[in-house]
Write a protein that binds this ligand. Sequence first.
Ligand code: IFM
Length: 458
Amino acid sequence: MTEMNTLADRLPGDFLFGVATAAFQIEGASKADGRKPSIWDAFSNMPGRVYGRHNGDVACDHYNRLDADLDLIASLGVGGYRFSIAWPRIVPEGTGPVNEKGLDFYDRLVDGLKRRNIKAFATLYHWDLPLALMGDGGWTARATAYAYQRYTRTVIDRLGDRLDAVATFNEPWCSVWLSHLMGVHAPGERSMDAALHALHTTLLAHGLGISAIRASRPGLAAGIVFNPMQIYAGSDTEADRAAAERAFDFHNGAFFGPIFNGAYPERFLSALGHRMPAIEPGDMETIRQPLDWWGVNYYTPMHVAADTSETAEFPATVDAPRFVEEETDIGWEIHAPALGDLIRKLNATYALPECYITENGACYNMGVENGVVDDQPRLDYIAAHLSVTADLIAEGYPMRGYFAWSLMDNFEWAEGYRMRFGIVHVDYETQVRTIKKSGLWYSELARLFPKGNHAAGA
Ligand code: IFM
């Protein structure tokens, strides 16, 4: 186990410790104050999509418990809070009227953070697309990128003066591949063609969003949050090494390439380019704009081998055996060194700005016993990944902060409420919050970094 003081000594004094959540996963109040449904409301109400047909109607009831939850965050002694803003609260139909009551909620949230001296890291899109936009094709339709730009402008005009950092998107890999190709997340599409359209629309929306942020608040630190894959070849054969390179292009390059180099990866384009939507003049310039920071969400590595079947579609890979058997309760392999390998590889491939670990944490489902949640494995997981982060800083990588996923147990998408990632336990019957052993440890560590005052993008 990593000893706390040894770990703390290896991190810079201005390292930012934070906790993270997302709107749909915690807010509940799905019909309150003018909010209209998102694609996740529809998806979770369909049988067979989400475990136990759980939905976001109540979640952690955070919408109605805002002040108490802000007090909880403050009580953890962290310097930052990463949250997302629900588009269906702000522009409930996706386009059309702005809902003042929705903006008021985030006004109160941001003001509450300021009063408590906690930095506000807002994410504009964490998967809750207004359902009405599906009428035009959702993310597969170019019009959605322009609707997103208007939504962004609306939010930043109102809140931008008090945000410390903003991310255009959370994990576009999920809202593109997992949602449109693999069918696991809303809208549950399983089509490469749909996914390729969603990819380009999302990237265009990112670029248009950055333009809107710059126009409204030129000084605001703007970035994007990825869940890039650390990909290991299943063997040293040429075929498996080539498979790992294709997987890199597909899972990482398709996002990082356009945003940081202004181009899709060549191998990716030659395999799939003919199925993509038209890339209009100026699109790639819009997508590639300087960013102040980027966020990495890391949980587990990926292992691939070549898929030699005749019907295999790019990237033509199959799963290869893992390095270690140890896994969290959601079945994800635990391998902290992969975080280091990932950051090194991405920085060697792209010119990246400074970086925050915007999510890292572990799923363990232990409950409250005698008032205590003993989640030692989660504590060990977080400590191991912070230790790798300290190594990266020693090597000169600009790692500026770490946000634990998650502040509290919440709606874990297709897994519903059965999978718990919180450092705070939530009893969904009573909404009682109990800080877990990992949360108490994290809090003690965060308090050693009272300066946590690194300004994103500075
Ligand atoms: O809960 C999610 C979060 O919304 C995005 N990143 C991964 C987490 C765990 O699956």
